[in-house]
Design a protein around this ligand. Sequence first.
Ligand SMILES: *[C@@H]1O[C@H](CO)[C@@H](O)[C@H](O)[C@H]1NC(C)=O
Ligand SMILES: *[C@@H]1O[C@H](CO)[C@@H](O)[C@H](O)[C@H]1NC(C)=O
Ligand SMILES: *[C@@H]1O[C@H](CO)[C@@H](O)[C@H](O)[C@H]1NC(C)=O
Ligand SMILES: *[C@@H]1O[C@H](CO)[C@@H](O)[C@H](O)[C@H]1NC(C)=O
Ligand SMILES: *[C@@H]1O[C@H](CO)[C@@H](O)[C@H](O)[C@H]1NC(C)=O
Ligand SMILES: *[C@@H]1O[C@H](CO)[C@@H](O)[C@H](O)[C@H]1NC(C)=O
Ligand SMILES: *[C@@H]1O[C@H](CO)[C@@H](O)[C@H](O)[C@H]1NC(C)=O
Length: 466
Amino acid sequence: MMDKLFLLPLIGLLLVTAYGAATKMVYTDLDILEKLENFDIPEDDVADDYDPKVFDLPSFSSSKNMVNVDTFGAAGDGVSDDTQAFVSAWNKACGTPKSVLLVPQGKSYLVNATKFNGPCEQKLVIQIDGTIVAPDEPSNWDPKLQRTWLEFSKLEGVVFQGNGVIDGSGSKWWAASCKKNKSNPCKSAPTALTIESSSGVKVSGLTIQNSQQMNFIIARSNSVRVSKVMVSSPGDSPNTDGIHITGSTNVVLQDCKIGTGDDCVSIVNASSNIKMKRIYCGPGHGISIGSLGNNNSTGIVTKVVLDTAFLKETTNGLRIKTYQGGSGYVQDVRFTNVEMQDVSNPILIDQFYCDNPTSCQNQTSAVKISQIMYRNITGTTKSEKAIKFACSDTVPCSHIVLNNVNLEGKDGQVEAYCNSAEGFGYGVIHPSADCLYSHDDKGFDQSHTSGPVLVTQEAEIGHDEL
Ligand SMILES: *[C@@H]1O[C@H](CO)[C@@H](O)[C@H](O)[C@H]1NC(C)=O
Ligand SMILES: *[C@@H]1O[C@H](CO)[C@@H](O)[C@H](O)[C@H]1NC(C)=O
Ligand SMILES: *[C@@H]1O[C@H](CO)[C@@H](O)[C@H](O)[C@H]1NC(C)=O
Ligand SMILES: *[C@@H]1O[C@H](CO)[C@@H](O)[C@H](O)[C@H]1NC(C)=O
Ligand SMILES: *[C@@H]1O[C@H](CO)[C@@H](O)[C@H](O)[C@H]1NC(C)=O
Ligand SMILES: *[C@@H]1O[C@H](CO)[C@@H](O)[C@H](O)[C@H]1NC(C)=O
Ligand SMILES: *[C@@H]1O[C@H](CO)[C@@H](O)[C@H](O)[C@H]1NC(C)=O
């Protein structure tokens, strides 16, 4: 049951008299629409020189320099401390061209917080078939490495692969979180896997689970490709983001299944050209850009595409979250082909986000949000406000585009909410997002607010029949 039919005709729109005065605006809209519909992020520029066949164990063991952690004294019994064996094996593998650092299957290796630093000799493969587990006691954690467990930095053209598991044993960390118990101090906790200051890195097949805090961070890196990675942490584990991208460009995540206690994916400052393809999310807090702008900081995220996702019982769907007082911008984002099941806040822009212990005041500056497209988004919502654009009074959201969005309430009505948001829609839009077109005067061309325009079939673009 559709509330309304919005059609944005390519040619027809310009001919509609009501829009006569808004020709300039409309041309701009069409430019933006074309850009949002068509911009792409290259997928195939990562570690291309790898022939997948060479990863066929054991045939490649002869042609490669195999560096097995067991050879360096790792016990793999889940009890003995294997940190030193891993460090020695790393030094050997990193220093030898065409090495395979092997973590054998069927064993469990207890490894302390460790930084594995490059640069390494060329064509390093990190083959994780077994399990790597973290010591579970926070009070014994190396205080100098409070934020990391396994960190890899300054790598170029490295492949992480295998069917192994990286297990943060995080339950004691979660219990010690101030999110769990307000009398606990708010302290950071380690990230299970971090890839830092690297380029041309491929991560494939691994499972990352029960991290102390975030599961997997990609930081200050370029050209990273993550595929068939599974992240699994309990829905009530605090701040356990699935995959967190910061300061990174040209990152492709595909065929990842993420269930966790915070965002399935979070993309923050200084990140651009990020593509997510075929992502399963749930439980979790959804797929997020942000948070950005905390503590009056600058946040810039551009060119993000999510294509094909299924979100199940998450507390948010597609979210952009920014703090009051920030600066910078989020621009050129396309969320497309997303199915939601029992999701709260399926489509959400929140410029009043606040996750600080003290409340956040409204301010005059904010991270500017513009050119955001939601296309072919369907499913069921748990919250009445299925579409919510809560934008700053002083820094409105602009050029929000909706195309074929159909969100049904489980029981009862659903609605759209806007504060200081402007945009347009075409195709089916349910709940109807009239508030996006009927903004008050915030510096936009009023003649563009006259609501839906129906035109002939021939003039429509990308419209699916009701
Ligand atoms: C692992 O960390 C614990 C606590 O800091 C320490 O007692 C132990 O020696 C560490 N093991 C290695 C191999 O560094
Ligand atoms: C919260 O922490 C305090 C102090 O450590 C403790 O006394 C209390 O039992 C904890 N509450 C819960 C619900 O775990
Ligand atoms: C965001 O990234 C920009 C550009 O790299 C940098 O100048 C700025 O300090 C970053 N902001 C924060 C909060 O880290
Ligand atoms: C906020 O930013 C100021 C100035 O950049 C810095 O001194 C302060 O430590 C920051 N506070 C927090 C909580 O990050
Ligand atoms: C951010 O800037 C505003 C306005 O200048 C100021 O009132 C506020 O205290 C600042 N907040 C922080 C956390 O520094
Ligand atoms: C819409 O998205 C769903 C996935 O959620 C996909 O199966 C379907 O093919 C898409 N429809 C179109 C017209 O692209
Ligand atoms: C901030 O501004 C928004 C939009 O005008 C308003 O809904 C909200 O109540 C304000 N929050 C505070 C803390 O003043």
